[in-house]
Design a protein around this ligand. Structure first.
Ligand code: TXA
Ligand code: MG
Length: 350
C-alpha cells in the first residue's frame, strides 16, 4: 500500500487534507495524525473492521485496549455509562489535553476497542489537527500511539513513517509534538481514582483539581485477580533496538564516572556505545554517540526529546546505550516510567 505523507501547516489552510483523512476514517481505513502527546494511529471507533486494521498495522496484541478520542463533551455520553463527579472535575479542567479517563463503558462501545473489558478509555486531545479530524469524521477515533508495537512512541511524522510506511494509507504531518510522552491515564471507576500511567498531568495536579487523594498503580504486580490494570503495561515498551542501561546515583559526578567506566568496557568489547546525557552533563562523557535529551532546568524538554533521542541511537547504529536517570526532578514519574521500560528494568545504582 502506498502511504501518503501530508503536511499540515495552518489549520485553516489544511481543511482539504484533513477532510481527505476524515473520509478515510469514515470509510473504515486508518490514518496517523498528530496529538499533543504522541502521534496516534486512528480508526473509526464504532467499526470492528477499522479497529482490526489498527492492531494489524501496529502488530499489537488485540487484548490491549485502545483509547477513544473525542472532540467535544457531548461525545462522552455515547461512550460511558456514568461519569463520576471527580472525573467531571478533571475533564473540565484538563481537557482538551494530555489526560485519558477510564470509565464504565456504554453498551454501544464495541468489545474489540476495550479488549473485552467493561471499561473504556477516553481522551480529548488539545492538538487542533486531531480535534478537526475527529470533528470531520463525526465518530470517536480509536487510536493507540502510531508506532510498531514495542518501539518508542512517535513524536514526529518521520517516526511514524519509519514504522508504518507501506502499511497505512495516510500520515498527517503536524510537525514535532509538544508534550512528547503519552497521556496520563486515570481510572475513575474506583474510589479513590488510580493513575495507571503517569504523564504530563501529575498526581499532585490531579489532586489539586479533584480535591481528594488519588493513588498510583503503574506496576503489573498489583492486579485484580491477575489482570493488569492497564493491560498495555504488561508488554515491553518504548524500547530502542539497542540494549539500554539506566545508571542512577546520589551525585552527577558518580553517575558520570560510572557511565564512562561502563562505556570504556563496552568499547573494549568492540561495541558501539551511546550515552543519553543532559545539557548539564554532556561535556563530561566519552562515548561514540553522546546526546543530550534536554536540560534538568526544564524537564519538559526531556519529555519532549526522549523518544526522538532513543530512536536516534538506533539510526546511528549504537549497540549499547547508557542513560542518566531523573530522580527528585519535576515530572520524574512520567520520564522514569518510560526510561525504566526502555531499559527493560536494567538499572545500576552507584
Ligand atoms: O497520549 C496518548 O494517550 C496516546 C495518543 C495517541 O492519544 N495514545 C496512547 O495509546 O498512548 P496506547 O494505545 O499506546 O496506550 C493506551 C494505554 C494502553 O496501555 C492500554 O492498555 C490502556 O491505555 N488502556 C486502554 N483502555 C483501557 C481500559 N479500559 N482500562 C485500562 N487501561 C486501558
Ligand atoms: Mg503505545
Amino acid at each position: 500500500m502506498e502511504t501518503k505523507l501530508v503536511k499540515i501547516h495552518q489549520i485553516e489552510e489544511s481543511q482539504e487534507e484533513i477532510e481527505e483523512a476524515a473520509q478515510l476514517i469514515r470509510r473504515g481505513e486508518v490514518v496517523a495524525f498528530p496529538t499533543e502527546t504522541v502521534y496516534g494511529l486512528g480508526g473509526n471507533g464504532w467499526k470492528q473492521d477499522a479497529v482490526r486494521k489498527i492492531y494489524e498495522a501496529k502488530g499489537r496484541p488485540s487484548d490491549n485496549p485502545l483509547i477513544l478520542h473525542i472532540c467535544d463533551m457531548e461525545m462522552i455520553g455515547e461512550l460511558a455509562k456514568e461519569v463520576p463527579e471527580s472525573a467531571k472535575k478533571a475533564m473540565e479542567h484538563f481537557w482538551p489535553g494530555p489526560m485519558t479517563v477510564i470509565l464504565k463503558k456504554s453498551d454501544k462501545v464495541p468489545g474489540c476497542v476495550t479488549g473485552g473489558l467493561d471499561t473504556v478509555a477516553v481522551r480529548m486531545p488539545s492538538d487542533e489537527t486531531a480535534r478537526e479530524l475527529i470533528r470531520r469524521s463525526g465518530v470517536p477515533i480509536a487510536a493507540p500511539s502510531a508506532n510498531t508495537s514495542g518501539r518508542p512512541s512517535p513524536t514526529k511524522a518521520e517516526h511514524v513513517w519509519e514504522d508504518l510506511n507501506g502499511k497505512i494509507p495516510m500520515i498527517l504531518d503536524g510537525g514535532a509534538v509538544k508534550v512528547g510522552v503519552e497521556s496520563t491515564i486515570i481510572d475513575f471507576t474506583v474510589e479513590p481514582p488510580v493513575i495507571l500511567r503517569p504523564g504530563r498531568i501529575t498526581k499532585k495536579a490531579l489532586e489539586d483539581v479533584i480535591g481528594c487523594p488519588s493513588e498510583m498503580n503503574t506496576s503489573m504486580k498489583e492486579t485484580d485477580g491477575g489482570v493488569p490494570k492497564a493491560p498495555g503495561m504488561k508488554y515491553k515498551h518504548y524500547a530502542p533496538k539497542a540494549r539500554m542501561i539506566l545508571v542512577l546515583g546520589s551525585s552527577r559526578e558518580k553517575v558520570t564516572e560510572k557511565i564512562n567506566e561502563l562505556v570504556s568496557e563496552a568499547r573494549s568489547r568492540g561495541q558501539r556505545t551511546g550515552v543519553m546525557a543532559t545539557d548539564e552533563s554532556e561535556a563530561y562523557y566519552q562515548a561514540d554517540e553522546v546526546v543530550s535529551v534536554g536540560t534538568r532546568k526544564n524537564m519538559e524538554t526531556v519529555m519532549a526529546n526522549l523518544y526522538d533521542v532513543l530512536r536516534g541511537f538506533d539510526g546511528r547504529g549504537v549497540e549499547i546505550i547508557y542513560s542518566e536517570g531523573f530522580e527528585g526532578e519535576p515530572l520524574e514519574e512520567a520520564v522514569m516510567n518510560r526510561l525504566v521500560k526502555a531499559a527493560g528494568h536494567e538499572i545500576i545504582r552507584v
